[in-house]
Design a protein around this ligand. Structure first.
Ligand code: B12
Ligand code: SF4
Length: 466
């Protein structure tokens, strides 16, 4: 059968990080592998890369029997829009939806335009569904991990976790030069493990992928790296630095096979501290930056988040990376109970840590996380305002100042962070000048969103007073 796989257009209403982070659609590439293995013909339409792409043109040209759409929280509206267009073109096209949002909230796609929603994706459930579609028969029983319209989306045969499948990079060939991560372009994304050993209580990732770590055979990964054309690779595991033996084997294989690439990965503070002697070798083999979730300048808050590290350990981890010439990209959470002084304290702590890059977002406790319940009463949006859970907006009512004053602090903070001369020097050294300019443009877009939010909250507070 012909299957058109689609990543939706970026939702224009959200605070997007597209100007910095624009990774390949790894999920649909995995689905493409499964489909090709099962003998189907696949075409990918990446509307994140083709903002003016038209679904109708793809349908007319490719004549798909099935359209598979991937999703994140910000995509709900566009996924349903794509499904509606598909059915308008041909009511017999089967529309299936998968991706992170389908895993977390399958019910957000229980629509008359969608036929099946994947809560978990495996070779087995895909095979069963595709055979059912090909047979044209009525669906009588549920398929594990899939909600189906014909069964009134009631068939919650809860499945398992997603199965590891090597992504099919051929299907995204014509877009690959566009994919980038911060200033590195072209940049591929690779996943080498699932789950996380830590339990930060604002984080949805260990909930999505499972509490126990599942690792893919590292030889298989190195082979995958060897075959990639991109010079840069973002390793999107939750904590790539967990397993020392595996990292040593990784280096050994890269050295043996002379694989020369540059890597960016996520790493937790405890993992960095445990392997301080390994970073020299990792740097030699191409590790250029580690994204570390520091979250706060305050040890009490780190405890509240159930972080497995202290502010002191954060500092030690940063120095280990920097001593080994590996850039540290630190990320932080802006807490809704902060006063103005706390924003200043974070700036001071940042100046002590001196991460090469700093990112931050307002506290965003996803509804699946333990912290969500604690803040439920102070939420500014409904749980079902899915697109708001995007890390850009203030979601929790601040306690020490008005929402408008809080946005002003966020705005001032954004400005102060981006005035940092050592981050600027780092970007000039690390990235081509055109990418630094693009990042400046991205920063201005982000700033303009906070300015808009500041004025929006200012006007609504005026209206309330009037
Ligand atoms: C790499 C990454 C990105 C990349 C690429 C994402 C992509 N796939 O398109 C970039 C940088 C572009 C990105 C952007 C954003 N991201 Co992001 N990202 C990630 C990260 C680190 C890894 C995702 C990944 O590739 N996983 C590996 C693949 C194989 O898994 P998968 O996509 O889930 O796919 C599997 C299944 O879901 C399924 N599947 C996927 N698609 C389909 C389609 C069909 C038809 C079927 C049947 C099955 C299916 O099969 C796959 C194989 O098992 C995750 C964190 C994490 N560990 O999950 C955050 C994460 C997914 N991102 C998140 C967010 C919030 C965003 C942004 C909204 C941020 C922003 N404000 O701009 C944007 C949204 C982009 C957009 N659509 O506009 C959140 C999502 C929360 C949510 N509930 O949706 C996550 C979970 C991070 C977090 N800490 O919470 N992201
Ligand atoms: S270390 Fe990172 S991925 Fe793991 S639970 Fe904490 S925030 Fe989530």
């Amino acid at each position: 059968m012909r299957v058109l796989l689609v990543r939706p257009w970026v939702n224009k209403k959200i605070t997007t990080v597209k100007n910095f982070l624009f990774g390949e659609p790894l999920g649909v590439e995995c689905v493409a592998t499964i489909l090709k293995e099962q003998g189907h013909k696949v075409l990918l339409a990446d509307f994140m890369a083709e903002p003016n792409g038209r679904l109708g043109a793809y349908i007319n040209k490719f004549r798909p029997k099935v359209i598979g759409i991937t999703s994140q929280c910000t995509d709900v509206e566009n996924v349903v829009k794509i499904a509606k267009i598909a059915k308008k073109y041909d009511k017999d096209i089967k529309v299936i939806v998968g991706g992170v949002q389908a895993m977390v909230y399958p019910n957000s796609f229980f629509s008359k335009y969608v036929d099946h929603v994947f809560k978990s994706t495996t070779r087995a459930n895909y095979k069963e569904l595709m055979e059912l579609i090909a047979s044209g028969k009525k669906q009588e029983k549920a398929i594990v991990g899939i909600f189906s319209k014909e069964l009134n989306f009631e068939n919650a045969v809860e499945g398992c976790y997603n199965e590891y499948v090597r992504p099919d990079t051929k299907c995204s060939k014509r877009y690959r030069h566009l994919y980038k991560y911060v200033g590195f372009q072209p940049c591929a994304v690779v996943q080498t493990s699932f789950g996380c050993r830590n339990r930060c209580n604002f984080c949805v990732r260990w909930k999505l992928e499972g509490p126990t770590l599942r690792e893919v055979d590292i030889e298989q990964i190195v082979q995958q790296l060897e075959e990639l054309k991109e010079p840069y690779v973002m390793i999107c595991d939750n904590d790539f630095l967990i397993n020392k033996k595996r990292l040593e084997k990784f280096c050994e294989l890269l050295e043996e096979r002379k694989v020369k690439k540059k890597y960016i990965c996520y790493g937790s503070v405890n993992s960095i501290l445990e392997k301080k002697d390994l970073f020299k070798r990792l740097f030699k083999n191409g590790l250029i930056a580690v994204i570390v979730g520091y979250e706060s300048f305050d040890d009490r808050q780190l405890k509240e988040y159930n972080k497995a590290a202290t502010t002191d350990e954060n500092l030690k981890a940063t120095r280990i990376l920097q001593r080994n010439k590996i850039a540290c990209w630190g990320s932080f959470i802006l807490h809704p109970d902060w006063d103005k002084n706390d924003f200043k304290k974070l700036l001071k702590y940042k100046n002590l840590l001196r991460p090469e890059l700093m990112t931050f977002s307002p506290l965003n406790p996803h509804p699946l996380t333990p912290l969500f319940e604690e803040y439920r009463d102070r939420l500014l949006y409904y749980e079902t305002d899915y697109e708001k859970w995007n890390f850009g907006d203030v979601l929790i009512m601040p306690s020490k100042m008005s929402l408008n004053e809080y946005y002003l602090e966020v705005l001032k903070f954004t400005f102060a962070v981006n005035m940092s001369w050592y981050s600027f020097l780092y970007t000039l050294r690390a990235f081509p000048i055109k990418n630094t300019l693009r990042m400046t443009f991205g920063f201005n877009t982000l700033l303009s969103v906070y300015i808009k939010n500041f004025f929006r909250t200012y006007m609504s507070s005026k209206r309330r007073i009037a």
